[in-house]
Design a protein around this ligand. Structure first.
Ligand code: SF4
Length: 338
């Protein structure tokens, strides 16, 4: 049942929801979870603080009632959440939820792809910032070989998860030498690659504008190797600038949040693992829905609360980013799943 779909102050609908199911991860990517901050003594969320699967399902049902059509499961690393396929099965039973996806670092995908597909998951996005093993280990601050992630992608395909998308965050002087190799590998492997501009998400990744590889440069480098042509967005709010290889080898995309922000059509909210609703990736804090869900609010009250939150939304952080980046407190990416 669709209650009146709220629009925010800029007229943007609420269509996409990213659901973080844990703030923990088995990698320590420097641009997201630097180990010196997220070390062994970091106060990660305790299990009883996390929304249960029943509670997540209830929130998602309420937001589908407000117009959400796409849900993406994230983390931290979502595959670390025990029994995750049960949540997938629950969400797949929600009428009007048109698209359920998951973003993973791929380390556990080899083990779990079959179960996730059997539970109803249709597609997966894997974060992979380098093909070169040494670069991969340096960017992810791990001893896990890149082959583990590559094997996870093969397992996802074998389990019928498709399309498989791969996201690569580019940093100048760190992995920007990987552009052509990643693009070539994606063409040969048949995965849809997305390059992502390095963003000042949170306040721990020591972002500097000169470490951003602008989308225009990435597109030029790809075009220097393969003929490409732009593809029109599938729907309003699509974040990637997409290019088709004219030789039929699929497409490649670039998410240019820094150099070509797309706040004007941003229809995305994020739910933290403890039930806070964030209306922007760069927000300082979220709105507590857990108290409502664990209190005596019914679904109508839950929808009304979210509708009121969204109607007051005027976020456009990327458009307002100053030359030296965003200022002030900001939630960490690992906490709300990027
Ligand atoms: S900066 Fe905020 S408002 Fe802009 S696109 Fe990103 S999440 Fe949306």
């Amino acid at each position: 049942m669709l209650a009146s779909a709220p629009r925010d102050v800029l007229g943007r609908p609420l269509r996409d929801l990213r659901v973080s199911v844990t703030d923990r991860c088995n990698l320590r990517c420097r641009y997201c979870m630097p180990r010196e901050v997220f070390g062994n003594d970091f106060p990660f969320l305790e299990r009883d603080e996390l929304l249960t699967f029943e509670e997540i399902e209830r929130v998602v049902r309420a937001l589908v009632g407000l117009g959400v059509r796409k849900v993406r499961l994230t983390g931290g690393e979502p595959l670390l959440r025990r029994d995750l396929p049960d949540l997938v099965a629950r969400l797949c039973r929600i009428d009007d939820l048109e698209d359920l996806a998951l973003t993973s670092n791929g380390v556990l995908l080899g083990r779990m792809a079959g179960e996730l597909a059997a539970a109803g998951l249709r597609r997966v996005t894997v974060s992979l910032d380098a093909l070169d093993d040494a670069t991969f280990r340096a960017v992810s601050d791990t001893t896990i070989p890149v082959q583990t992630v590559l094997d996870g992608i093969v397992a996802a395909r074998a389990a019928g998860l498709a399309p498989i998308k791969v996201n690569a965050v580019l940093q100048r002087g760190v992995n920007d030498d990987q552009v052509e190799d990643l693009a070539g590998w994606a063409r040969d492997t048949g995965v849809t690659l997305r390059f992502i501009e390095f963003m000042d998400v949170g306040t721990t990744n020591q972002w500097k504008r000169d470490r951003v590889v602008p989308a225009v440069e990435v597109a030029d480098r790809i075009a220097a190797r393969w003929q490409i042509e732009p593809i029109d967005p599938d729907h309003p709010g699509e974040v990637a600038e997409r290019y088709r290889y004219t030789d039929g080898a699929g497409e490649v995309g670039i998410i240019a949040s820094v150099t070509r922000p797309f706040c004007g059509t941003c229809s995305r909210a994020r739910l933290s693992a403890i039930g806070e609703l964030y209306t922007c990736l760069f927000a300082a804090e979220g709105h507590d829905l857990r108290a409502l869900v664990r209190g005596d609010a019914d679904d109508t009250a839950l929808r009304a609360s979210v509708s009121a939150i969204w109607s007051r939304r005027d976020d456009r952080a990327s458009e307002l980013r100053a030359a030296d980046g965003l200022q002030g407190p900001r939630v960490e990416m690992s906490y709300i799943g990027g």
